[in-house]
Write a protein that binds this ligand. Sequence first.
Ligand code: SF4
Length: 359
Amino acid sequence: MQLNTKRKSTRRIYVGSVPIGGGAPIAVQSMTNTDTRDVSSTVDQIKRLAEAGCEIVRLAIPDQAAATAFREINSLTNVPLIADIHFDHRLALAALDAGANGLRINPGNIGDREAVRKVVKASKDLNVPIRIGVNAGSLQKEIQLKHGRPSSEAMVESALMHVELLESLGFDRIKISLKSSNVINTIKAYELLSEEVDYPLHLGVTEAGTLISGTVKSAIGIGSLLSKGIGDTFRVSLTRDPVEEVRVAYEILRALDLRHRGPEIISCPTCGRCEIDLFGLVDRVERALSGIKSSPKIAIMGCVVNGPGEAREADIGIAGGRGQGILFKKGKVLKKVPENQLADILIKEVKGLVKLQEA
Ligand code: SF4
C-alpha cells in the first residue's frame, strides 16, 4: 500500500519487473554477503531475502568466476538481480550476458570512455538500467582536490559528471545513489541531487554499522529523506545477516506509513508493575509470526496501566496481570488467559485473523 502522495516526481525505470520511481511503491533492496561463486549458499540467501520481502537483490561480481556463477544463480531464483561491478567493464558485460536485471557501477572506475560506451550499449540493447553508485570513500581525484573533502557537494558533482557521461552516450535508464557513512552528509547530498535531476534515487547510508547503530543511522538518514518525498528505492546496510536489513527497511516504511508488510507488534518496555515474562512472550510471538505478509496490529503490554488502552486499539492484544493476561480482539475483551498459554493463544488468534484477512 502506498500512502504518501507528496513524493518528488521522478522518471520510471524497471529492474526486471520491479518499477522504480514515477510514483511506484518504494522498493526494498538488499545485497548478498555470500561468496557469489558459491551458487548454493547465494541462492539460499536470495530465497531467504525474497521470503522476507526483498524485491531486488544485488550481488558482488568481483571476477569472471562470479559472473559465471551469476548465470546459474539467476536461473535458480525469481527476484530481479543486480550485478555490482567495480574496476573491470568486462565483468559488467559478462553479468549482462548472464541475465542481470540491473548494473551498479561507478562509471569512473570501470575503464575509459570506450569501456563505458560498451557497457552502456549492452545495457541499452537489453533494456537494463544502470545505477550510478557514488561513494564518499571513492570520489574521483580531481573532485577530491577541488572540494578538499568528500562533502555532499563533492558527491553530487561526481554523480552529475557520471550522469552527463551516460547521457552523452544516449543512455537514460539511470538511477543514482550517493552514499556516505556520515548521515548528515548523506541527507544533504540527496537533497541537493534531487533538486538537480529527476532520475530515481536509491537511498542508503553506507557502512552504517551493527544492528543498533546501523538501524539508527538508516532510520534517520533514509527515513528523513523518505519523509520529505525523496527516494524511490533503498537498502539498509548492516553488518549482519542481510535478512535483518529487509526487516529494518520495512519498519522504516511502516513508521512513515509508506508501506506495510508483516505484523506490527506494539509492546511496552516493562517496568516494576509487570508480572509476566513479557520479553519471552514478545520474542516467541514475533518469531512465530515472522513469515506473515499482512500487517495486523498486535499489542503485547505488561499490565493494566496502559495495556487495555493499547490492546483495544490493536487488532489483537494482551494486557498482562499477575500470572495471566486479558486477551482483547478488535477492541473487546475476549477472556482471561493463564500466562503459560498466552503465547499459544495469541499466535492462534493472530493466525486466524490473518487467514480471514487474506482469504
Ligand atoms: Fe509498565 Fe504496565 Fe506500562 Fe508496561 S504497560 S511499561 S508494565 S506500566
